[in-house]
Design a protein around this ligand. Sequence first.
Ligand SMILES: Nc1ncnc2c1ncn2[C@@H]1O[C@H](COP(=O)(O)OP(=O)(O)OP(=O)(O)O)[C@@H](O)[C@H]1O
Ligand SMILES: [Mg+2]
Length: 284
Amino acid sequence: MVGPAVDALTALTEASERRAARAGDPAALELRGRAASDLSRLADGVLKLLESERTRVSHVLGDEVISVMTMARYLIEDAAQRLARSEYDETSEALQNASARIRDATYQLVGLCSELRPRILDDLGLLPALAWYFREFSHHNRAIFVSPRITVAESDVPPDLKLAIFRIVQAALSNVAQHSKASAVRVFLSLFEEELRLGVEDNGVGFDVERWRHRRHHGHDGCGLAIICRWAETSGGRCSIEAIPRHGARVQAFWRTPPATTTNPSALSPESGATPAEPDLPAA
Ligand SMILES: Nc1ncnc2c1ncn2[C@@H]1O[C@H](COP(=O)(O)OP(=O)(O)OP(=O)(O)O)[C@@H](O)[C@H]1O
Ligand SMILES: [Mg+2]
């Protein structure tokens, strides 16, 4: 699915390079060359990300769900044989075991489906989907206190931005879990002067943003931050990435929106009574 897109991208950039060469404009040619190599690095990153997602899905399905289901089948076959021998207690025990294993596999599948594309986002909307994701994140990262500051109502968020916002929050929080060593992360979504603002900021180890840009330019590092910016830009917004080594990191995205209808402060509230740390970051 991604292969043809990469081919099309390559053909497109080559065609525009040829046009620039024909026009005899070396500056335009260099600019296009740089844009082309940025795009091809992003495409490489997307391919790598896709492969690591496939590996993860195949691990959950292949190693975990299939082995649990196979065990459940053996237990049911065993129960059938015991029933034929009128061993009712043992039959009942084997069936209860099989049922417990099928229930575990179902939980695994529900979790996997929700991660791939949370139905809650389509069925109930962005705010319930975020609330669900914060609960999941807190459950898997108990050392990081999540503090949501959502001061918009569902109707304030244009429908075509909802998936972008959800994916940006997912990618940014995954970075917090993987790299930050933070004890707290604040996620805010607000509407101010017809601008929708999303931010994820942590109080962790931070990183050197310039060094990240440089490394990214040379094809190193992952592509999560680049994809965050891509989500923001392709949905008509812009993004900003700031970090201070040893103090924390902040990822933000901004979109101009039509005049707001309603605002519902504290649509989501912090999940525990702990005091969230205020990341020591420069103002946006
Ligand atoms: N919240 C954060 N705290 C500390 N370091 C971070 C944070 N977010 C990103 N980084 C640093 O920036 C680098 C680039 O992040 P990015 O999300 O682009 O790639 P990745 O997380 O390494 O890989 P991928 O997202 O492709 O799995 C990370 O390797 C990490 O060093
Ligand atoms: Mg990442």
